[in-house]
Design a binder for this molecule. Structure first.
Ligand SMILES: N[C@@H](CCC(=O)N[C@@H](CS)C(=O)NCC(=O)O)C(=O)O
Length: 364
């Protein structure tokens, strides 16, 4: 009789940190608690006795309160070169309960850091190994956040152009969350963008091997997967829906009228003799008061669009209005919407807005 087929996954990461530091992150209880779960979860408990035959155990806590427990025994502990340990999910509700798999990690000294090679084998089905591969991709991103000298900038890269309003929205979200990241200057439709974004728009996000396009998806990911005191999606269901409503309105109405058919007409004139196309601008200007009136009504006496605090919705609106106000008719348009003007003053006072000013010197 043939032995049942087994599946495995392999992942390799370069980490700017010495081997000892990376190795210890796998075998020290307190360090394990900082990173050993996918983004968006927390390690609630960790226990490890890192010597051959010693036991280890982790309990991971998801945002919805679900707890996942996993553990096993060390087979080989050779600091700082090699580590292997068995891995089994616990709890009868786990589809992998009772199935023992094997994790083998090699820590190779490389110029400027460590090459980590991870092999996780013994899965009974391809779907199980694919699911664990996704989990490891995210978990290893967290490892890098903690041990790589670049912090989260080792995995998080925002691709875009600082002059783009959507890129600024994503950068403001990163700043609000206090996340270190790498900014990769990219034009729309460049090969780097098209490798992530099927329609070539900016920005796009890379988190290790994970990629995302569409600004609202990027901001949601940053908000939900990275703990921080800043929260960009409101807590109540209604406020979250209202936040979504404004993000959707920006994508469907505001960007087209205010940026594409107004601001960009001035910045990149395409009319006769290289002048701005007056017809396009005037048509956009006619639509602007309706858009601003809708915002003005929602702000009322407050400063934020949803949930009584800064949210993703404000991050979508602010970069666009900042451009509008700098155009010839902009100041008058904003003056006619006093609640919008007051609310914009509040968002413009924030460090996330100031640091992402496209005319300010940019990080290299
Ligand atoms: N819905 C997209 C829109 C992104 C977008 O339109 N970005 C502009 C720059 S601000 C762009 O890439 N324009 C190039 C084009 O339209 O081809 C998002 O939310 O990310």
């Amino acid at each position: 009789m043939n032995a049942p087929e087994r599946f495995e996954l392999q992942q390799t990461r370069f980490i700017r940190a010495p081997r000892e530091k990376v190795f210890d992150a796998f075998t020290n209880e307190a360090l394990l608690r900082q990173w050993h779960c996918p983004r968006g979860m927390n390690v609630a408990q960790s226990r490890c006795d890192a010597r051959a035959g010693g036991q280890w155990q982790l309990s991971m806590l998801a945002r919805d309160g679900t707890r996942l427990a996993v553990g096993g025994a060390y087979r080989e502990v050779k600091r700082p070169e090699r580590l292997s340990y068995t891995w089994a999910w616990q709890g009868e509700n786990s589809p992998m309960a009772g199935i023992e798999t094997l994790v083998e990690v090699q820590f190779l000294a490389r110029d400027g850091g460590t090459e980590l090679r991870l092999r996780h084998s013994g899965f009974p089905a391809a779907a199980a190994s694919e699911g664990h591969a996704a989990g490891w991709r995210s978990t290893l991103n967290r490892l890098l956040d903690h041990v790589d000298e670049r912090g989260s900038a080792a995995t998080l890269t925002l691709l875009g152009d600082v002059r783009s309003s959507y890129t600024r929205t994503a950068r403001m979200a990163l700043a609000e969350k206090g996340l270190a990241y790498t900014l990769q200057p990219c034009a729309p439709h460049s090969p780097e963008i098209l490798a992530i974004h099927p329609f070539g728009r900016i920005p796009a996000l890379r988190d290790g091997e994970t990629t995302l396009f569409e600004t609202s998806a990027i901001v949601r990911y940053l908000d939900e997967c990275f703990g921080s005191s800043a929260v960009l999606l409101p807590g109540s269901q209604l406020a979250r829906a209202q936040c979504e409503q404004w993000v959707s309105a920006v994508n469907a109405y505001f960007y087209d009228t205010m940026v594409r058919r107004y601001v960009l007409q001035y910045i990149f004139p395409r009319g006769a003799d290289g002048q701005p196309d007056r017809g396009v601008i005037d048509a956009a200007l006619q639509e602007m008061p309706t858009l601003l009136a809708a915002l003005d009504k929602t702000y009322g006496a407050g400063e934020w669009l949803a949930g009584g605090a800064l949210s993703m919705a404000d991050l979508f609106v602010a970069p666009i209005l900042a451009y509008v106000e700098r155009m010839p008719e902009g100041a008058a348009l904003l003056a006619a919407a006093p609640n919008v003007k007051r609310a914009q003053a509040a968002v413009r006072a924030r460090a996330s807005f100031i640091q992402t000013d496209p005319t300010a010197p940019q990080p290299t």
